[in-house]
Design a protein around this ligand. Structure first.
Ligand code: FNR
Length: 392
């Protein structure tokens, strides 16, 4: 964080401070209209997305004085592992549309910065190659969950992830079909169908998917890349949701912690607890799925009160700064996911851009906690003395 300060003071270019709004504008200049629309775009009128950002303004940190303290300890422990920082990389698919180095750049950046990396099922880089790029980093695998009739494909993905060193399984529950996203519809853009743009690694490296495609279409995926892309999109976004009973299959086929991403109600958080998963991500997918819905942050304290003792709670949706991280921690999250901001970093400067965004958010968090008299992340966690509601 000192390094970022010094560079900033020397007015290095590109603009050295990470400001989400500024970097978003720069990414808009850099990316094609389709790719920018895909990352920036949200469902419907963007109300949920706007609600996510506005919710952070309803809460304010309350700095304490004469706390005899050094820089805060930012470390956390989650799922039996210690991490130096309370942030992780949110799963984001098809990163090749943002930068040619794609998921490899993000996985390397995460490892460099000692931040857990979550790989999406919808990635444009294979499970194995992303693992190689991540090296000794800590990596988790996010599942877009094929229907039960394709359990062989699910099992194959899980096995490959396990063998490639992914430690935690994150199951996204809110995306069995893509939301009503006007920007993508106006652009006639579905990146998952653009095998030309995203490359053929997407799904096609999976032996079970390849066998399924051959059986259904009578050709190999290489013989008809467009049909294979469309088939892969149908498998991972089937248009139909699983039920709670199906979680058992994942528990039987994954040796390690399981986290459910997309939880927004206390009732669902309680079901997650009862079913015996290890964690939940309180998230509304950055407002990309259901428009006109509640801000993810507004549900966090309610969910924490209900199940915080028995589950690890991760927060996602709307994190743009260190202060946002501090607020989510104070409201009960153990770890928070950074989403769109690092995608803008990737679009602008590849691996270095992602590293810069992570370092900036962490530097900002470090100073915010320090200047608020909060000696450690564990002390800010669920600490009602450091946060108050200011309106709403
Ligand atoms: C996503 N997100 C997402 N989530 C997931 O579980 N699997 C995925 O493949 C993707 N893909 C994806 C692509 C893009 C371009 C974006 C912006 C988001 C959702 C992501 O993990 C996270 O929930 C949101 O990004 C959080 O919202 P903010 O903070 O980015 O607004």
């Amino acid at each position: 964080q000192a390094e970022i300060y010094q560079k900033g003071l020397r007015y290095e270019r590109p603009p050295i401070t990470f400001d989400s709004t500024k970097w978003e504008a720069l990414a808009k200049e850099r990316l094609s209209a389709e790719a920018f629309g895909y990352v920036y775009g949200s469902a419907g009128k963007r109300e949920t997305s706007d609600n996510n950002l506005a919710a952070f303004k309803k809460w304010a940190l309350i700095p304490n004085r004469l706390v005899d303290s050094e820089f805060p300890d930012l470390s956390i422990e989650i799922f039996g592992q210690k991490y130096p920082y309370p942030i992780a990389i949110a799963p984001v698919g098809v990163q090749r549309v943002f930068h040619n180095d794609a998921e490899g750049a993000t996985a390397r950046a995460a490892a460099h910065e000692h931040v857990p990396y979550i790989l999406s099922t919808a990635s444009s880089t294979s499970i194995e190659k992303a693992a190689e790029a991540n090296g000794n980093g800590d990596r988790w695998y996010q599942l877009y969950w094929p229907l039960n009739e394709h359990n062989d494909i699910t099992a194959s993905l899980l096995k490959r992830a396990k063998e490639s060193g992914y430690r935690v399984l994150v199951v996204t529950l809110d995306t069995y079909i893509l939301g009503w996203r006007p920007s993508d519809m106006d652009n006639g853009y579905n990146p998952f169908l653009r095998a030309d743009e995203i490359g053929v690694e997407i799904g096609f490296s999976d032996p079970c998917f390849r066998a399924h495609f051959k059986e259904k279409h009578g050709k190999t995926v290489e013989e008809d890349v467009s049909a294979a892309a469309a088939e892969w999109a149908r498998v991972v976004f089937p248009g139909k949701s699983h039920g709670w009973k199906d979680i058992k299959y994942l528990q039987e086929n994954w040796d390690g912690p399981i986290v459910l991403k997309g939880i927004q109600t206390v009732a669902d958080a309680k079901k997650a607890k009862d079913i015996g998963v290890q964690g939940i991500v309180v998230s509304n997918h950055g407002g990309r799925q259901v428009d006109g819905s509640v801000a993810s942050l507004d549900m966090l304290p309610k969910i924490t009160d209900a199940v915080g003792d028995s589950l690890e709670i991760i927060y996602d949706s709307g994190i743009r700064s260190g202060a946002d991280v501090a607020k989510a921690l104070a409201l009960g999250a153990k770890l928070v996911l950074v989403g769109r901001p690092y995608v803008y970093g990737l679009a602008l400067q590849g691996e270095e851009g992602v590293r810069h965004v992570l370092r900036s958010i962490l530097g900002d968090l470090d100073l915010t906690l320090h200047l608020s008299g909060i000696e450690s992340v564990s002390k800010s966690h669920l600490n009602k003395d450091v946060i108050c509601m200011v309106n709403g």
